[in-house]
Design a protein around this ligand. Structure first.
Ligand SMILES: [Zn+2]
Length: 366
């Protein structure tokens, strides 16, 4: 006797799991930097651009529910074939001692329950999350994969696709992904791309500025076009730790000791003051600015070269550090991580994948 009519067909989620396993290997700290930086120039914004009346209605609702400040929230809209639409949210993340729920996973349940009732009446599902769904998350399935699996399930059960839109690129773990190893820490012996190490919390990459700069060759435009300000406090710290005067190896007359100390101290102050008042600028502008200032000061001939080199090194280090830790750089990196995810997702799930990822730039909110 057949009982097939009582058996619901379970969607095949193995493809999502296969992709998840592959993705985990792509984002290994030792590989991800090279992977992303090599591909930076290949990516373009605007993949999967949505338009049409439903999309406009959805955008209107995203805009209308925007909470004050930067609070993370998620909303959803399900459009039915009869022309009606149902709105869900806004949902906010819950961070309680025993339970931690992200807004993107909270929103899955009400949408899922609704779809069980409307079945194949659903035509489009849009979910919006201010920050892009997480891609790395301890023991739990990251929200991006929870949503991807649901998209496959909903597509198989109700023949409907899911578009997940976001404005801020959370990337792998938000704006503090790069932790720059301080200058006083022992540098890695290996200055190749394999040297970045995974931090204790598994969600950041610790790397030296030198190692990060070695990636420049993969994407020179990225390095030369990003505008940033200088972190004068960092310069003060490294100049304090390096102590240029006490590290001098060039021989000079003892009688000149006070003069040398004074000259170095003055130049250090000028350099810090220059960093403090420096406006936004790109890499080369900041480097030039320091070089010009250092070329304009003179030290005792016996120590001139050594002091110039030491102070220039400190300046170059602060410029690189400020670039790498600046919002723009990590922001770009996170943005490309999202493109990378989307591109790689389509490699496994195909171009007709029922899961779509769409960036909504902030200007669309105005
Ligand atoms: Zn999440």
């Amino acid at each position: 006797m057949s009982c097939s009519k009582y058996v619901s067909i379970l969607p095949d989620l193995t493809i999502a799991d296969t992709f998840k396993d592959r993705w985990k290997k792509i984002i290994l700290p030792k590989k991800i930097l090279k992977f992303v930086f090599e591909k930076f120039p290949l990516y373009e914004d605007g993949d999967a651009v949505y338009s049409g009346k439903r999309w406009q209605i959805f955008l209107y609702n995203v805009n209308k529910t925007k909470p004050e400040g930067d609070k993370q929230y998620a909303i959803a809209m399900v459009f039915l074939k009869d022309g009606t639409a149902t709105f869900f949210g806004p949902f906010y993340p819950k961070f309680e001692p025993k339970i931690s729920l992200h807004s993107e996973e909270i929103i899955i349940n009400p949408v899922d329950n609704f779809l069980r009732k409307t079945k194949t009446m659903a035509e489009h599902i849009y979910i919006y999350s201010l920050n892009s769904p997480c891609l790395e998350r301890g023991h739990k399935d990251p929200c991006m994969f929870q949503l991807l699996k649901k998209a496959i399930e909903w597509h198989e059960l109700y023949n409907v696709s899911l578009c997940v839109a976001y404005t801020k690129c959370w990337g792998l773990s938000g704006p503090n992904y790069f932790k720059i190893r301080k200058a006083n820490r022992s540098p890695s012996k290996n200055n190749s791309l394999t040297s970045p190490i995974e931090d204790e919390d598994k969600n950041t990459v610790t790397i030296t500025t030198k190692e990060l700069m070695s990636l420049e060759k993969y994407s020179p435009d990225l390095y030369s076009n990003i505008s940033f300000t200088l972190n004068a406090k960092y310069l003060e710290d490294i100049l304090h730790k390096k102590d240029v005067f006490n590290s001098l190896t060039s021989p000079f007359r003892l009688v000149d000791k006070n003069i040398a100390r004074k000259q170095i101290s003055l130049a250090r102050k000028e350099l810090v003051s220059l960093a403090k008042k420096s406006p936004q600028g790109v890499l080369e502008e900041h480097l030039d600015c320091g070089r010009k200032m250092l070329n304009s000061v003179s030290f005792l001939p016996a120590i001139q070269n050594e002091v110039f080199k030491a102070l220039l090194n400190a300046w170059e280090e602060v410029v690189n550090y400020s670039l790498m830790t600046g919002e723009s750089f990590t922001g770009q990196f996170n943005k490309y991580i999202l493109y990378l995810f989307w591109k790689e997702c389509k490699v496994d799930l195909g171009n007709n994948c029922p899961f779509k990822l769409q960036h909504i730039p902030p200007r669309k909110f105005s």
